[in-house]
Design a protein around this ligand. Structure first.
Ligand code: 13P
Length: 340
């Protein structure tokens, strides 16, 4: 069932020149973002902010899909149109985050496991009725002294595969996201090894649980030194290491890999993606599914003031355009100066 539909959706998610905008922050995360601009997080401020992102004119040139949160997929634009319908009309796919968050993993200090499998079949059916064509589940892998443990990687990749199988059964393309965090002082080499371990375990779990990789999108973190590592890698080193790691671990049958930004600066996230695509062609499309690296500019332009709506949308469009170029290996850092 759904074979053709899943293939069409997956191809559209990573269509040439396009990538994904993640606006699926949970209640706690969006509060943090709003705190940074000094505005209160209420149902209405969240709606108004997501409204300006979702209704930005011209975004579909650069953005194939948007990942929504449970609250947002049920909200409406100012004129009363449900958000998924606004997206559908502008040619953007609606996605939905379905994990219910990373919780402490029992018996594994400092490690997390993502929850959300209970009742997932029913929730997916409801989201599909609301217009979702793809979903996302984020697992968190932390690098530290003696971690990640094999136990943590196994628990998280098992859950990712169970989620992905349920998505495909429901006609929804799963984005599987095992995020290896940038937090810490680890080297790029250690990030490489832990990302390699994680991806090998993930694709093994997907295989065991009969998930079709042809109808799956990987959301990956880049292979990068920890934020507090004194030795930061160059753009070219990050690009080379990330591609090498993906080639070792990701089946060629997968239609696309989209990267998260993970706390990188806007410019770094764009430059890394561009450098990887300049090294192409690769077996898979390589694109973006950025949250912060696409939203930092519009969030700060908006600052909760309706009068700033248009300039915030312009800031979003500019970042989306630069990442669209990077996604095709056609970006250059001097485009940032011209835009400033
Ligand atoms: P960042 O790009 O801000 O890391 O967010 C992407 C995302 O959706 C993480 O799950």
């Amino acid at each position: 069932m759904f074979e053709r539909e899943l293939a069409t959706t997956a191809a559209a998610m990573v269509a040439p020149g396009k990538g994904i905008l993640a606006i699926d922050e949970s209640g706690g995360t969006i509060k943090k973002r709003f705190d940074s601009i000094g505005i209160e997080s209420t149902v209405e401020t969240r709606r108004a902010y997501r409204d300006l992102l979702i209704t930005a004119d011209g975004l579909s040139q650069f953005i194939s899909g948007m990942i929504l949160y449970d609250e947002t997929i049920k909200q409406v634009a100012k004129d009363g149109t449900p958000f998924p319908e606004v997206l559908r009309k502008s040619g953007i796919l609606a996605g939905i985050k379905v994990d219910t968050g990373a919780k402490d993993l029992s018996g594994a200090p400092g490690e997390k496991v993502s929850e959300g499998l209970d009742g997932l079949r029913e929730r997916l059916a409801e989201y599909r009725k609301l217009g979702a064509t793809f979903a996302k589940w984020r697992a968190v892998i932390t690098i530290g002294k003696d971690i990640p443990s094999a136990y943590c990687i196994a628990a998280n990749t098992h859950a990712l595969a169970r989620y992905a199988a349920l998505c495909q059964e429901a006609g929804i393309v799963p984005i599987v996201e095992p995020e290896v965090l940038m937090d810490g002082n680890h080297t790029l080499e250690r990030c490489f090894d832990m990302t390699e371990n994680t991806l090998l375990a993930l694709f093994h779990a997907l295989y065991q649980q009969r998930v079709r990789v042809e109808h799956t999108i990987l959301k990956a973190s880049m292979v990068i030194a920890g934020k507090d590592c004194p030795q930061q890698a160059s753009v070219q080193q990050v690009a080379a290491a990330t591609i090498r790691c993906l080639k070792r671990t990701v089946p060629a049958a997968l239609p696309g890999v989209v990267f998260l930004s993970g706390g990188q600066s806007d410019e770094d996230a764009t430059a890394h993606l561009d450098a990887m695509n300049k090294r192409g062609p690769h077996p898979w499309e390589l694109s973006f599914s950025y949250g912060r690296a696409l939203q930092a500019a519009p969030l700060h332009a908006w600052r909760g003031d309706p009068a700033n709506r248009v300039s915030a949308q312009a800031a979003l469009l500019q970042r989306a355009k630069l990442n669209s170029l990077a996604r095709s290996g056609k970006y250059s850092p001097d485009m940032e100066q011209r835009a400033a």
